[in-house]
Design a binder for this molecule. Structure first.
Ligand SMILES: [Zn+2]
Length: 506
């Protein structure tokens, strides 16, 4: 596990080597020098912010034979034994896997004994919020009357899950996300000592990607260094974590701002063909639009080259702040709806088209089915390429299924889904609610048609066609109008794999 190696290798051994948490390390050092170390600490903060590192340093410094200015010497017998994990007086425990009453009772019995070698027995309990209720109660008894020779250091990412009784017994420290500058500073040291060559731009990207978690930053750095013996560049980092190039982000953004639907779909195709993740791509586009907005307001931006800034400037000049805000809002909405979608690619395309077509002064236009259909057709060579131009038409906010239905059915025929088309050709549709349409078979639903519609591939094609026409993911129910008594049955396992909710009404 090379990653662990680099992260472990560079775990700070002293408070002064920790970055971004000076408000905590300073207080702790002062307490140590004044001889006022508490008996229970709670370290709270996001992953990779330094909680466990603090606990380990603190465990050494309270036991160190030769502490200096509130720091452990890391040289004495005790420090060395703690560092190697040989000293049984310092116990590290992960509450995620040891959360039972018995685990904590073990501690309660142990604490009555004096430490074997060190001055204090130290218990470091990671992810302490994972303890069971019984275990919390057992721990509380120990925290209430701890023997002089015992220290507790609890770490958590979710303090709200801790009982108030535990919180009130601990000195609490809240860890901040580490800011980009500090992440870069630390990464530079690690790169220099590990002889890893890296550009400043690549360092910046690592910092942004880590979102304030040093461990993540080091982990990505390590993956990059394994990938390339040469200098790590911004492109290498982006490529490795699947961020599309700025060129393609710029292309889609420009297309959205200029309402260029075809170019927008091309850009999306490029991303898919490169095997990049659409979700990451969307996130990058949102950030880019936000940066254009920032540039418009402040006329400056960090993290971009001069050429890139020229592109941003030209986009910023073309568009109003209000429109940029709208786009950010719409893209974020799209991000939310992609999360729960089974048809991410189609929903992404439909969503982007919708934004392209939303011109402030005109009514919202419906996504152009023909354009997406052509895209889909490109991937399916057997499908007829002949597409009939469809008139864009204004629609209201709500989907009007009855009007769209005939077009959707016709589109199925045009795109070569003949079996589906023949099943649905004489049907109508009713909107049951925002997410559900009911397909009505006025002449009765035959077993043959039912079988075709229940086939997962056909079902997926139908859901896709509806999504492309409406921009929404719609569930389908089937209704046999000839049957007098409507009886709803939940369907067949054929749909389970699709995650689509289907009922057949017979
Ligand atoms: Zn020492």
């Amino acid at each position: 596990m090379a990653y662990t190696a680099l992260y472990r290798k560079f775990r700070p051994l002293k408070f002064e080597d920790m970055v971004g948490q000076e408000h905590i390390t300073k207080t702790l050092k002062n307490q140590i020098m004044a001889g006022r170390v508490g008996h229970a600490y709670l370290f709270n903060g996001g992953r990779g912010t330094g909680k466990t590192t603090t606990a380990k340093i603190l465990a050494r410094v309270v036991n160190c034979l030769n502490p200096q200015n509130g720091e452990p010497c890391n040289e004495c017998e005790i420090c060395k034994e703690i560092l190697s994990g040989a000293l049984t007086d310092v116990v590290e425990m992960d509450a995620a896997s040891n959360n039972s009453v018995e685990d904590i009772r073990g501690i309660r019995e142990e604490v009555n004994f004096l430490p074997t070698k060190a001055k204090y027995r130290v218990y470091i309990i990671d992810e302490v919020h994972m303890l069971s209720t019984g275990a919390f109660n057992a721990l509380l008894k120990t925290l209430e009357e701890p023997p002089e020779h015992v220290k507790f250091m609890l770490a958590t990412t979710e303090p709200q899950k801790l009982p108030a009784t535990i919180l009130s017994r601990c000195q609490r420290f809240d860890y901040k996300k580490i800011n980009n500058e500090d992440v870069v500073k630390r990464l530079k040291i690690i790169c220099a000592e590990s002889k890893i060559k890296i550009t400043d731009e690549a360092l910046q990207i690592l910092a942004v990607l880590s979102e304030g978690a040093m461990r993540d930053a080091i982990s990505i750095l390590e993956r990059c260094s394994q990938e390339s013996a040469d200098e790590i560049t911004a492109d290498l980092v982006k490529d490795l974590v699947g961020i599309p190039s700025l060129e393609i982000i710029d292309k889609l953004t420009k297309a959205i701002l200029e309402n260029e639907e075809t170019t927008a779909l091309e850009a999306i195709d490029n991303v898919i063909n490169d095997g990049k993740d659409l979700y990451n791509f969307l996130w990058e586009v949102i950030k880019y639009v936000k940066d254009i907005l920032v540039y418009k307001a402040t006329k400056k931006l960090d993290l971009y080259s001069d050429t890139e800034l020229t592109q941003i400037k030209s986009l910023a000049e073309k568009v109003e702040k209000q429109r940029l805000l709208e786009i950010i809002y719409q893209l974020s909405e799209l991000e939310g709806s992609l999360k729960n979608s089974n048809q991410k690619t189609i929903m992404f395309q439909a969503g982007i088209l919708k934004i392209c077509m939303k011109r402030a002064e005109k009514p919202i236009l419906q996504p152009r089915v023909d354009i997406i259909q052509q895209r889909v057709a490109k991937r399916q060579p057997e499908v007829a390429q002949n597409q009939v131009k469809q008139q864009s038409k204004p629609v209201t906010q709500n989907v009007k299924p009855t009007r769209d239905w005939q077009e959707i059915v016709d589109q199925l025929k045009k795109s070569g889904k003949i079996r589906l088309y023949t099943c649905l050709v004489n049907t109508t549709v009713e909107q049951l609610n925002d997410q559900t349409w009911e397909i009505i078979f006025p002449n009765g639903l035959t077993d043959f048609n039912k079988r075709i519609l229940e086939e997962p591939n056909n079902r997926a094609d139908l859901i896709k066609a509806i999504a492309m026409a409406t921009g929404s993911e719609i569930n389908i129910k089937l209704k046999d109008a000839k049957m007098k008594k409507a009886e709803t049955t939940t369907t067949s396992s054929a749909f389970d794999g699709l995650g689509i909710d289907i009922n057949v009404i017979e």
